[in-house]
Design a protein around this ligand. Structure first.
Ligand code: SF4
Length: 221
């Protein structure tokens, strides 16, 4: 696959910045531990669902010890409306135990973060990016989809996309890439019915070029 040029990256990220000049996470939190809890809960759940749960949960949970003091059943019940809540409750309780036994500080490297129960590569990268402002890109389904549509990568799985993006995305865009791409995928280049007719990236978009001509002309009417 031909490597995307610097000029195209400039075009893509200028557009993302135009659309989302203040792109940031849509999860609500007040400190690093709450961020970790929110990100862990957000796997296969929407940020909106997570914020609904954490609005009351974070009244009680501000540090690892608070989850331990709540008791397991109470904690499990408080996140019950989130998918996979049973395994998330178990993992978060174990993580709270580990952090409470240490200095309570959220690790600042991917290697340390993924040792925490329930923390995978994507969760770790979100924490590194949001909490420690590191230029890493966590790849979710939105980022995976738009990178393939735009022709930045040609991959089947988000994990493959993640590995490639580390080297493909120019350094100057890594800090903004994560949230801007998520918002673009969530609200603009959606899985179904992307807003191609209004998109300024049509001329460089592989997905758009591959659309049947009739569909393309209809979309531009
Ligand atoms: S042209 Fe359509 S598919 Fe391509 S990036 Fe824009 S909205 Fe997404």
């Amino acid at each position: 696959m031909a490597k995307i040029s610097t000029k195209k990256f400039d075009q893509i990220f200028s557009y993302f910045l135009e659309l989302y000049p203040n792109a940031q996470t849509e999860l609500n939190f007040d400190n690093g531990f709450q961020l970790l809890v929110a990100v862990a809960l957000s796997a296969q759940a929407t940020d909106k669902q997570v914020n609904k749960v954490t609005a009351s949960l974070f009244q009680k949970v501000k540090k690892p010890e608070d989850i331990l003091q709540m008791g397991f059943e109470d904690f499990e019940q408080s996140i019950k409306s989130i998918g996979l809540y049973k395994s998330k409750a178990k993992n978060l309780r174990k993580t709270a135990q580990i952090l409470a036994q240490g200095d309570g500080v959220i690790p600042s490297t991917q290697d340390e973060l993924v040792k925490l129960p329930g923390v995978g590569e994507k969760t770790a990268k979100v924490i590194l990016h949001v909490l420690y402002h590191q230029p890493v890109i966590a790849v979710d389904t939105h980022v995976h989809r738009i990178c393939n549509r735009l022709g930045i990568v040609k991959t089947a799985q988000p994990l493959q996309t993640s590995k490639l993006l580390e080297t493909l995305i120019p350094n100057q865009y890594k800090q903004i890439a994560h949230h801007a791409m998520i918002l673009f995928g969530r609200y603009f280049c959606t899985a179904r019915n992307p807003k191609c007719a209004d998109c300024k990236l049509q001329e460089i978009c592989r997905y758009y070029k591959d659309l049947p001509k009739t569909k393309t002309s209809q979309k531009n009417r």
